[in-house]
Design a protein around this ligand. Structure first.
Ligand code: DOR
Ligand code: ZN
Length: 425
């Protein structure tokens, strides 16, 4: 049966469209977008979207699903339910599972499990190096053949610059982007939070902004050298934003993402030794937050991705230094990001571009558009709906969220995947 979504404000950055439209869906595809009233309702399932935003299904290009290997933290089923609940119709799954997704068998396993259990599309990201150990390149031809859409050793940098050069050259052959976890491990040392006034006051070892920035500089130089597609993950500092801004101005093929926690929190969130605010890269300062917002506004930062990193109380209910890095984000990402729109930092169309159209383009996957013929992946958003973050209502198996109790404005009220409603608030 066909589905007609009537009376909503359609926002589709891929067509530069922000206008009242009815949307007709059949057989899992977008069939037509028409001004209100032209598409006839007879015999069609109707979603009345008056007062709501109807937009491209959101794509989170940086998610840790923990399957295979750490299913007590998250599974492909639970993580993609969290995605659907947060308004996402697709996620890119990082390879730091157990085992690491550095081989075609693991990539195929993830896609098989997704086919059987997932509530969102799952795009596997495979490892740059064997075991993400930074010693030998993985087999990119096999990985691409099995369905990997990008390469990353996320969680770790590729410390050897020559190996990274070879990785970029090899990836370019297969037109696979490399997603860089930009961190110099020597500068990071045994730091556990941002190095600054707060770390000194708390007596915790610091991670300087330079640990990220020297690696972003290196990656940019290697992208220029190789001409390969480079994407910088989880940008957290003002200096990184500036390096990427200059690289783009020079025509170097680099794209970048940040995460909602880097524009919603500062290192002060760590006060009280809150391990849910322990994340890598660490939460930075108010100056960095302002620079991240500016980088989003001027297009230096192409995407917002959650870096959803579930951990259980086994890894988090520990003294700060011993706790794992990471926080969950799929169910708060849209609400936190909409604050940028409510506060006038981004237009709604710019935000949707960063949460759907640009991730699709960077990963080279379908979606991020409502043009007729495209898969019927849509998110319907109530911009005005106020809600309170309650981790116990989350579909994620984990609870490591630093936003518990926050009041947010704006929520996905329907998530539609291939023409089927997979989440309704
Ligand atoms: O905070 C983080 N958690 N940063 C990473 O780079 C990895 C991630 C994880 O896998 O837990
Ligand atoms: Zn990550």
């Amino acid at each position: 049966m066909s589905l007609l979504i009537t009376g909503g404000l359609v926002v589709d950055p891929s067509q530069n469209l922000t206008a009242a439209r009815d949307v007709l869906i059949a057989e899992g595809k977008i069939i037509a977008l028409e001004p209100p009233g032209r598409l006839l309702p007879e015999g069609r399932q109707i979603i009345a979207a008056q007062g709501l935003v109807v937009t491209c299904g959101l794509i989170d290009m940086h998610v840790h699903l923990r399957e295979p290997g750490e299913e007590y933290k998250e599974t492909i089923a639970s993580g993609t339910r969290a995605a659907a609940q947060g308004g996402f119709t697709a996620v890119a799954a990082m390879p730091n599972t157990k085992p690491v997704n550095d081989n075609a068998t693991t990539t195929r396993f993830i896609l098989e499990r997704a086919k059987l259990t997932a509530s969102a599309r799952v795009y596997p990201v495979a490892a740059v190096t064997v075991g993400s150990q930074g010693q030998a390149l993985a087999e990119y031809a096999d990985l691409k053949g099995a369905g990997a859409v990008a390469l990353s050793d996320d969680g770790r940098p590729v410390m050897n610059a020559l190996l990274m050069r070879r990785a970029l050259e090899y990836a370019r052959t297969f037109d696979l982007p490399i997603i860089s976890h930009a961190e110099d491990l020597h500068l990071r040392a045994d730091g556990v939070m941002h190095e600054g006034v707060v770390s000194v006051c708390l007596g915790l070892k610091g991670i300087p902004a330079a640990a990220e920035e020297v690696m972003v500089s290196r990656e940019v130089a290697l992208a220029q050298l190789t001409g390969a597609r480079l994407h910088i993950a989880h940008v957290s500092t003002a200096g990184s934003v500036e390096i990427i801004r200059r690289a783009k101005a020079a025509g170097i093929p680099v794209t970048a993402e940040t995460a909602p926690h880097y524009f919603s929190l500062t290192d002060e969130a760590v006060e009280g030794y809150n391990t849910n605010a322990k994340v890598n890269p660490p939460l930075r300062t108010a100056t960095d937050v302002a620079a991240i917002k500016a980088g989003l506004a001027d297009g230096t930062l192409d995407a917002i991705a959650s870096d959803h990193a579930p951990h259980s109380s086994l890894e988090k209910d520990l003294e700060f230094a011993a706790a794992a890095f990471g926080l969950i984000g799929l169910e708060t990402s849209l609400g936190l990001s909409l604050k940028l729109v409510h506060d006038g930092h981004l237009t709604l169309s710019q935000l949707i571009a960063k949460m759907s159209t640009n991730p699709a383009r960077i990963l080279g996957v379908e979606g991020g558009t409502l043009t007729p013929g495209a898969p019927a992946d849509l998110t319907i958003i109530d911009l005005q709906r106020e809600w309170q973050v309650e981790v116990n209502s989350f579909a994620s198996k984990s609870r490591n969220c630093p936003f518990q109790g926050w009041r947010l404005k704006g929520q996905a009220v329907y998530t539609i995947l291939g023409g089927k409603v997979v989440w309704q608030a």
